[in-house]
Write a protein that binds this ligand. Structure first.
Ligand code: NCD
Length: 321
């Protein structure tokens, strides 16, 4: 789609969704309201199915993914788009083609939306400047993962009715986590209070500048929180030892019922997946049907991604939304 075929899009005045950092609270609220409507819709809603008919959505994943790629694919299909999936194992990247060459090749097939995941922070911003369609960041290095933060927020909002005023603890490998960054941006913009809890080796040096309270002790940091968000130890991003041993890590930072007992009695447990059971979270806690909303997070992922695809394609001429 060329620039001339676009008209201003007051619903979401951005060409791409690269991160939460550049969005206003009002824009986030609108995306969440729309996601909420998609979450209540049946899987085969015929109005939704007509929305992206004739449009092309490309999933371009330079890093492994289970839930994110599948849920973007389902979301695009539920909106009636033609969807292609490219993952690095089967692409020419393995033959030495650069990121931008690959992007230009795919761009020549005129996708309306490219959904991109890449191991380098900033790679997707660069790519978005070279292509004609909209780009959605599905995770770039340790930088941002905006749709994960939106689906986390939707899950919380549907359970507790609000984000404003909640006390949220994000625990574990903050240093390597794009999920933590996007969530910190979103939750602080929406008026929640955020604590991060991690060993000092897994805390970015300037983390306090993001408007969070910093703890290195789970029992102190979890005191009275409404939400406990656990993060995976991202071993693939670690060169060298950041934790003495997995056993010791679980002892001090793994979420079990004992550590959870200082949180609010009904505090919700979240995890973006994939989980390392027995490393950052005890299996029983993860599966606790009264407290854990991990399954709901996955479910909300499809609704949020439908909303993002809808919002980013409203400026295409001929769209009557
Ligand atoms: C996260 C990611 O890829 O950033 N997973 C996801 O998208 N659900 C978190 C992780 O890999 O630990």
């Amino acid at each position: 789609m060329s620039a001339e075929t676009r008209t201003p899009n007051p619903f979401f005045p951005h060409r791409h969704l690269l991160g939460i950092e550049g969005l206003s609270a009002a824009e986030i609220e609108r995306l969440l309201d729309l996601s909420n409507r998609y979450a209540d819709m049946t899987k085969d809603d015929s109005t939704a199915r007509a929305l992206l008919r004739g449009r092309t959505v490309m999933n371009v994943f330079f890093e492994n993914s289970t839930r994110t790629q599948t849920s973007f694919e389902l979301a695009a299909k539920r909106l009636g788009a033609d969807v292609t999936n490219m993952s690095v194992g089967t692409s020419s990247i393995k033959k030495g083609e650069t990121l931008l060459d690959t992007a230009m090749t795919l761009n020549a097939m005129r996708p309306d939306v490219m959904i991109v995941r890449h191991p380098d922070s900033g790679a997707i911003n660069l790519l978005s400047q070279k292509v004609d369609g909209a780009v959605i960041n599905a995770g770039d290095g340790r930088h941002e993962h905006p749709t994960q933060a939106l689906l986390d927020a939707l899950t919380i909002r549907r359970r507790l009715g609000k984000l404003q005023g909640l006390l949220v603890a994000i625990c574990g490998d903050i240093l390597h986590s794009r999920v933590a960054r996007s969530n910190i941006h979103l939750l602080t913009k929406m008026g929640a209070r955020v604590r991060v809890i991690a060993p000092t080796t897994l805390l970015p040096s300037n983390i306090d500048r993001m408007g969070v309270e910093v703890f290195t002790d789970m029992r102190k940091g979890l005191k009275d929180v409404d939400i406990v968000m656990m993060l995976r130890l991202q071993l693939e991003r670690m060169q060298g030892a950041y934790v003495p041993s997995v056993r010791e890590y679980f002892h001090f930072f793994g979420l079990d019922y004992e550590k959870l007992s200082v949180a609010k009695p009904n505090a919700l447990i979240m995890h973006p997946g994939p989980m390392n059971r027995g490393v950052e979270i005890d299996s029983e806690v993860a599966d606790d049907i009264n407290r854990s909303v991990i399954r709901e997070q996955v479910e909300m992922g499809v609704a949020v991604r439908m909303a993002c695809l809808d919002a980013l394609t409203r400026d295409i001429v001929g769209s009557n939304r």
